[in-house]
Design a protein around this ligand. Sequence first.
Ligand code: COA
Length: 327
Amino acid sequence: MAETQRLTRAVLTGLGTYLPARVVTNAEMAKRIDTSDEWIVERTGIRQRHFAAPHETAAFMGAEAGRAALTEAGLAPEALGAIIVATSTPDQAFPSTAVHIQAALVAFNAFGFDLSAACSGFVYALSVADAMLRAGQVKSVLVIGTEVYSRILNFADRGTCVLFGDGAGAVLLEAKEVPRTGPGLLSTHLHADGRLAEILYVDGAVGRKDHPGHLVMQGREVFRHAVTLLAGAVNEALAANSLSPADIDLLVPHQANRRIIDGVGKKLGLPPERVVVTVDRHANTSAASIPLALASAVADGRAAPGKLLLLEALGGGLTWGSALLRL
Ligand code: COA
């Protein structure tokens, strides 16, 4: 009886990514600022990042990733219900990045909006999309993470400018009736603590002509909170679904720092082959990092239909959260 019971879930039917052509190695960063490949690799695991050219805006990259996700799913743009764009580097204060992407995709039956939760943006957006799909508000949602952090980096601060990169990733989620053991988002768990706002923030705004803002971070403080808070969100996801770490096929973490990723993997007791790492190639692409990591795991065969994935992220806010997704 329980096995035959069907329920509405948000099922991933398409995935797409976009990375700027320009690759900036640690050696190139070392020509610009007082740093070294050794320091960056040892502290963060980062070896290179992509930086956007002027035409590669958040909307441009998000549209490219979104188009690829729609194509993979075989969904016509006019059938799309909604677009949620997780970004903290929008091209304009308004209109939203989402409406620019809607126009680029010719998806005129979709409504859209941007969501701001820094590096947790993609997990937050998945959660909102999941609620909209299960409530029956729409039948499909394109969830996009797209970021151009190179435009908000302070290149006079070597402690932050080496950590971030640009890129975009998108998933198409569709409401489907599936068996309990079938695919889709099983749950999402979101958190925030505004008391920690000052340890990671942008000291300006898109609307401020005098100072659009630079990223400012107390790296040690962020690091101190990250593993504990992420492990909490991960255990919460497992407990809510009566699962143990052994049930997880793949951990798909936000890609900020290799040591944070390894720390969470270790706490779960997962072997390295069950933890996706792309921070070496992409650096921290904020809201885009999880779909980029997911695409990498699809490409190397680890993320395949039927696999159970645990997604987790933490970022400015602080905000953090987790999502369990069966492909
Ligand atoms: N190259 C060379 N040296 C650097 C450097 C760089 N790019 N950045 C900082 N340093 C130096 C510092 O000036 C300092 O030198 P000092 O001891 O002579 O003053 C030394 O390295 C240690 O700096 P510190 O900031 O304490 O290093 P750390 O071990 O905390 O590592 C981070 C810095 C940023 C790598 C680390 O704190 C971190 O990863 N934090 C989490 C950040 C994160 O992931 N944020 C995003 C979350 S979404």
